[in-house]
Design a binder for this molecule. Structure first.
Ligand code: DC
Length: 220
């Protein structure tokens, strides 16, 4: 088992960008678990599943599915879905299906296995609580609702996806409510996680704060 830096937080708190850069600086691999949930949701939608599907119906549709990361791109059954999983709709369904036990059970071992032979930085909603509760370092990244909506808006714009600030704010609010109120593996801040509010911080400042916490542990 490798060392795990487990990072949780609500959508738009900067988790992906920060985790990717942190992984690069530490020489660790990066595990974007949101991408796994998004790819599963895309697959389920294409297979005709919806919010009313039963758990056994969902499990059945998850047989023979493969998700791979190659050179920072995401492949669903060998199709490059890196762009398709980033739309607001894909995020919505990722949040909807991620509340389902069949989906969480399916992805649990895939996420655990990512740390079997590598040191990793893993980000998501239940990294510090369910998947890697014994992580080497735990971090909770937060930011104001408006700050997170603004980041989400810029990210989508950058990817050429049409959106408005109102839509981004609605998306962030809806998903956070669902992701933190669900019965299974809700987003939660654990006591032993380093808490960072990124609202008024740039990327370098956040990385600096994280490294100030890591200093002692890296020296061991
Ligand atoms: O981080 P993201 O926006 O790409 O995640 C998309 C959705 O996937 C998010 O709204 C909730 C779900 N998710 C989850 O339930 N658990 C994780 N570890 C990661 C994502």
């Amino acid at each position: 088992m490798g060392r795990v830096v487990a990072i949780d937080g609500p959508s738009g708190a900067g988790k992906s960008t920060i985790s990717r850069l942190l992984a690069k600086k530490l020489g660790f691999q990066f595990l974007d678990t949101g991408a796994l949930y998004r790819a599963v949701a895309l697959h389920l939608r294409r297979a005709g599943a919806g919010p009313d599907s039963t758990d056994s119906g969902i499990s059945g549709k998850l047989k023979n599915i493969s998700i791979d990361f190659k050179d920072g791109r995401v492949f669903l059954n060998e199709e490059d879905v890196s762009e398709a999983i980033r739309t607001t709709e894909a995020g919505h369904y990722a949040s909807v299906f991620s509340a389902r036990k069949a989906v969480r059970d399916f992805l649990f071992q895939i996420q655990k296995d990512a740390a079997l032979h590598h040191d990793i930085v893993a980000e998501g909603r239940d990294m510090t609580t369910v998947v890697f509760p014994e992580a080497w370092v735990k971090i909770f990244l937060d930011a104001s609702e408006e700050g997170r909506a603004w980041r989400r808006y810029l990210q989508l714009k950058e990817k050429g996806i049409e959106t408005t600030m109102e839509e981004a704010l609605r998306d962030v609010k809806e998903r956070d409510l669902r992701d933190s109120k669900r019965d299974i593996a809700p987003l939660k801040r654990v006591d032993d996680a380093i808490y960072i509010d990124t609202t008024n911080l740039n990327l370098d400042e956040v990385i600096e704060i994280i490294f100030s916490h890591l200093k002692n542990r890296l020296a061991c």
